[in-house]
Design a protein around this ligand. Sequence first.
Ligand code: SF4
Length: 329
Amino acid sequence: MSRIFSGIQPSGELHIGNYLGAVKNWVALQGQFESIFCIVDYHAITVAYEPAALRQRRREMAVSLLASGIDPSRATLFVQSTVPEHTELQWIFNTVTPLGELERQTQFKDKSGRQESVMAGLLNYPVLQAADILLYRADSVPVGEDQLQHLELSRVVARGWNARYATDDAPYFPEPKALLTPTRRIMGLDGQGKMSKSMGNTIGLLESSDEVWAKLRPAMTDPARVRKTDPGTPEVCNIYHLHKAFSPPETVDEVARNCSTAAWGCVECKRVLHANMETELVPIRARAAELRERPADVALATGARRARATAQETIAEVKERMGLAEAAR
Ligand code: SF4
């Protein structure tokens, strides 16, 4: 069975953008691939943060992932910093990663441009990502289009290391392929850009029904629908795309028809969406409430043990090939 790896930052409770854009796909993939999913807390410390808040956000992310359907008996789920081989391999990869490749990364250019003093961790972030993936010699990585550049860097790193310490006909690290996430990018409720906590335009996956409705009701729709009698264009409306994610196909067709003929108003359309979201979110909220009662299940120790066993095998082989350990044979 081929192996996939994917990571998510410990941003606390999931919002429906990262649930639909990544985690729902992981849940589907865990039956088809040997799946390794990681809460990447080392990636979260490249910007200023509060240690107590990070601990809390890491726990909340674990609750959200498990409540969403990640099943620890079918997938390996763990926290990155509990497997120290990630940073060990990163150091090794720093020695085969061209500096120019890192400086060219769009995310580095965006983020460093907004900071007065740029830390080395921000530049080397994609090298840690390469280590995350290659430590498990994953064949594929489920990603959104915005992460393709980082994945390409992982391929560059794998090639660079293989060129020095393996042979062309027997490369040690596979060059991981992208498994593109089928759901298109979920926009924020303000319709201004990607749904993101930093933009304050999210709906939390575990928010109550009333909280969800309070956010949905004023959410941006097609600006052409000024009056209820103005016909709209569903494709330009984020609510329509949320229907596609939460509502059955016949409802999606009905939304398109009623919108383009002005047969209903946006509030009515949103009420139907809210009801369909509830169908999916009520059981997730219930599982999250149960998990909060059982902190040991959220600690992810079993996943970390399983991940570490594979990670240690990789590091042992890497160190032997690099002359960092005595040859076993
Ligand atoms: S009717 Fe629905 S799809 Fe059309 S603009 Fe309003 S909220 Fe959007």
